[in-house]
Each structure stands twice: as structure tokens, then as C-alpha cells.
Design a protein around this ligand. Structure first.
Ligand code: C2O
Ligand code: CU
Length: 461
């Protein structure tokens, strides 16, 4: 009998060929033309002090440009195809963060697909069921690959969506002349994570965008940094939060200060200042010295629009859990000093600092631990998650959305999400319906935490 491991090795052994993962997932219907995503090295001007060599990007077809991975536009309920071509010098994959798609398309090496070695490719084909703001990144050697640039934004459009600006927020660990420096410090990995030295939106330091005075601007913001938790706020204009983590909020609310952890997204509607030349500034207000992420400059005579003019976004088809029958699953996030890290094809940071239910696992390794729990297809569950550490952890679940039912640290309960920023000592109840079969990774999106043990998975069968 061919088990899954053998199957993966078998397809990897074909070597050089494009693995037809897509054929397994979606046999019906003609595939659309694939979006080419060539993972490759480039040079980019990111720091003030010099050009950064060996940035990694996804090139959509123009090898002369060294720019941010493209914003991928998909349509809700319509098939989307992408061909990953690996021109790096190490294996990679693409994970579609927040998209509830078939497990074979999830991009986790060893678990859902073979490694894509240099010179090889992989064809992805899936149909996103939800409209909203999502993102994509590798799921192999992630601290290095994401830290070097491989984080891009996905917009899944509803046919009737208004247009949005997209902001991809991330940092870079660069030295004074723009070169990459050590991606992390072990003592920080054992705490809140290691921060970058250059902060960017769309790979630019404090970009300024023009928009009509008194007009409405919708902005999709994705926090794709490997470490930084933002506390965003707006100065010089008013804004409403209209969606969080790819799902519309039921009643849009005024943006005051909003925490956004790695992996999370927020969609804002903002009304531009009335007079030409005035700025609305999106800032990070975490910590003692706030700074500007990006700004919007009013141009022209006022359009005199009102935030109330904005029609609500239609909800996504996320199933509601049946709480009365739901099985409860305790999940404890802890620090750990035990266990030796093992070398892995997808990289090892060489340390173990964190564990889920006492078991540390860095993810993306050939021999995963047992699943946290085997979930029965179609059944409801409540994850009783407890953060037993003094640090915040943005915990992400692949392939399934969950609803925060209750928490000892928050009163505002967001719409369904794929990533919860668990606060220090927070205990929360997360409800979900196990309606997507497969092995779904569950990990902290502070990548140093993930790669030093804070990773696990559920099996839905
Ligand atoms: Cu954003 Cu395991 O992923
Ligand atoms: Cu963490």
C-alpha cells in the first residue's frame, strides 16, 4: 500500500517536472491560465543607506523588475491557478494564508505536498470560497525566506467590491548599507521575537499616496512581518474598520487603536481630509514612540463624502459551530527548555523554546508529532486555548476559520478569523466546524516561535 509519505517521495522523484498537485485537487472544469510566481533573488532599494542584494521576491514574469511580490487578485467562487517556479537555491512552497481551500493546495511540505527544489515548480489550482484580504508566503525555511521578502498580499474580490488600496506591512533586518544581518537573536526568539531594522509599507519607507480630498479610501492592510505586532491608528482623518482577517465586521466601527499581529489583516474605510495638501497618517502606536507607516495626501477640491455612504461588505459562507454538541479541546501554549531541535530540509533555528500541549515541533519536518486531535469531518469543536506565557502569540490555523466565543482579555469579539493574536495570559474559546478534510497546521506566526517549537496540527477526517 502506498502511504502518503511514499506518494510524496514518489512525486518528488519525478524530478524537474512540474508536480501536478492541482490535478488531484480539482479535476472538474477548465483551469484558468496560471499566474506565474517565480521565486528568485533580486536587488531592491529598501534601506536609505544602500541597495539590498539577495532580496527574495515572487516575480510575475518580468525578470528585469526587482519589486514586491505582486498583489494577487482572485474572484470569490472562481478557480485560480498559480505556477510556482523555484529559482532560489533552496526548496520552497507557497501557502495561501487564510484561504479555505483543498488540503493538497495548502503548501506545507511533507504534509500536503513535496518540497519544490531549485529548478522545479508546482502548479496550484483552487477556488477561494471567501472574499477579503489574505496573503501568501512560503512554508519552508520561513524565517529566512519570508524575512528576505517572500510575503505578498491576496485580494479575493466579490463582483460588487469597491476598489481598495493595498498595504503590505513588513520590516527588514538590514545593516546600515542595506545588507541583510543575522535574521534573529536566540534570546529574543525566546521572548517576543527579533525585530527588523527597516520598517516598510509596500517595500517603501513611509510611502505617501494621493487621494481625492473629502473622498473615501478603502485600504486593505496585511501584517506580513515575521515578528512585529502593530497597534495601528489614523491621525488627520476618520476611519472605520470594515473587515478583519478576511471577514467583514457585522457593524463597522470607528478605528481608534487596533492590534494587528503577524498574519492578520484589517480593511479600513477612511474619509480623506477636506482640503488639498492635508494628510491622513496611518501610524503604529505600539510602544512609547509612535511612527508613521504610510500617509494619504488629499488632492483636488473636496468630494464631501461621508463614511456613512459606505455599504457593508457581504458576509462569507463560514459555518456556525453547534456549541451545544461541540467537543472541547484544551490547548496550552508554554515555554519549554527541553528537547533538542533536529536539522530539517526546511531549516532549523537550532533551538527549542516553545511548545503546544507540551510538545515542541518546528513544523515542516519529515516526521511530525501526532496531531493535537483528530477532528471528525463536519463536527463542531471548541478549542480552549490558554497562553501560559508573558508574550503575545498570533496563532494561525490553516484551512479552517474559527470564531472567538469568549476571552478573559477582550470584550470586542471579531468576525470569524484564521489568526488570533493571543495576549499574554489570555484564555479564549475558539469555535469551529471541521468542514475541510486534511492535515491543518496550527502555529504561532511570530516565525521564530513557530520554528522553535510553537507549531502543531489537526487532522480532519
Ligand atoms: Cu501564514 Cu502556516 O502560515
Ligand atoms: Cu508566538
Amino acid at each position: 500500500m502506498l502511504n502518503r509519505r511514499m506518494f510524496l517521495q514518489g512525486s518528488a522523484a519525478l524530478g524537474g517536472a512540474f508536480t501536478l498537485g492541482a490535478g488531484l485537487a480539482e479535476r472538474a472544469g477548465a483551469a484558468p491560465d496560471p499566474q506565474i510566481l517565480t521565486a528568485r533573488f533580486a536587488e531592491a532599494q529598501i534601506a536609505a543607506g544602500g541597495v539590498t542584494p539577495r532580496v527574495m521576491t515572487y516575480d510575475p514574469g518580468d525578470p528585469a523588475s526587482a519589486a514586491m511580490p505582486p498583489v494577487l487578485r482572485m474572484r470569490k467562487g472562481e478557480p485560480f491557478a498559480a505556477r510556482l517556479v523555484n529559482r532560489l537555491d533552496e526548496p520552497t512552497t507557497v501557502h495561501w494564508h487564510g484561504l479555505r481551500i483543498a488540503n493538497a493546495m495548502d503548501g506545507v511540505p511533507e504534509m500536503t505536498q513535496p518540497y519544490v527544489y531549485p529548478g522545479d515548480g508546482f502548479d496550484y489550482l483552487f477556488t477561494p470560497p471567501d472574499a477579503g484580504t489574505f496573503w501568501y508566503h512560503p512554508h519552508c525555511n520561513t524565517l529566512m525566506q519570508m524575512g528576505s521578502g517572500l510575503t505578498g498580499v491576496i485580494v479575493v474580490e466579490n463582483p460588487e467590491d469597491p476598489s481598495f488600496e493595498v498595504l503590505n506591512l513588513r520590516d527588514w533586518r538590514l545593516g546600515a548599507s542595506g545588507e541583510f544581518i543575522a535574521p534573529f537573536k536566540p534570546r529574543d526568539a525566546a521572548r517576543g521575537g527579533t525585530y527588523g531594522t527597516v520598517r516598510t509599507a509596500n517595500w517603501q519607507r513611509e510611502p505617501v499616496y494621493d487621494a481625492p480630498a473629502g473622498g473615501l479610501v478603502r485600504v486593505r492592510i496585511a501584517a506580513t512581518d515575521v515578528t512585529r505586532i502593530y497597534t495601528i491608528g489614523l491621525e488627520g482623518a476618520e476611519a472605520r474598520v470594515i473587515a478583519l482577517d478576511g471577514n467583514p465586521v457585522e457593524i463597522p466601527f470607528a478605528l481608534d487603536r487596533l492590534d494587528l499581529g503577524p498574519g492578520q489583516r484589517v480593511d479600513l474605510a477612511l474619509r480623506m481630509p477636506q482640503s488639498e495638501g492635508q494628510h491622513a497618517r496611518l501610524g503604529n502606536f505600539r510602544g512609547s514612540s509612535p511612527w508613521t507607516i504610510a500617509a494619504f495626501r488629499a488632492v483636488g477640491t473636496s468630494l464631501k463624502r461621508e463614511l456613512g455612504d459606505i455599504a457593508p461588505l457581504p458576509p462569507n459562507p463560514v459555518a456556525e459551530a453547534d456549541i451545544s454538541t461541540a467537543k472541547r479541546i484544551p490547548i496550552d501554549l508554554t515555554a519549554t527548555a527541553e528537547h533538542e531541535p533536529a536539522a530539517s530540509i526546511c531549516g532549523s533555528l537550532g533551538y527549542t523554546f516553545w511548545a503546544i500541549n507540551k510538545v515542541p515541533w518546528p513544523g515542516d519536518t519529515p516526521d511530525p508529532v501526532a496531531p493535537i486531535e483528530e477532528l471528525k469531518f463536519g463536527k463542531s469543536y471548541v478549542l480552549e486555548i490558554a497562553n501560559r506565557t508573558p508574550h503575545a502569540h498570533p496563532i494561525h490555523l490553516h484551512g479552517l476559520s474559527f470564531r472567538i466565543l469568549a476571552s478573559n482579555r477582550r470584550s470586542l469579539l471579531p468576525p470569524p478569523t484564521d489568526t488570533i493574536l493571543l495576549l499574554p495570559d489570555e484564555q479564549a474559546q475558539l469555535a469551529l466546524v471541521a468542514d475541510n478534510p486534511g492535515d491543518w497546521v496550527f502555529h504561532c506566526h511570530i516565525i521564530e516561535h513557530q520554528k522553535t517549537g510553537m507549531s502543531a496540527y489537526f487532522r480532519v477526517a
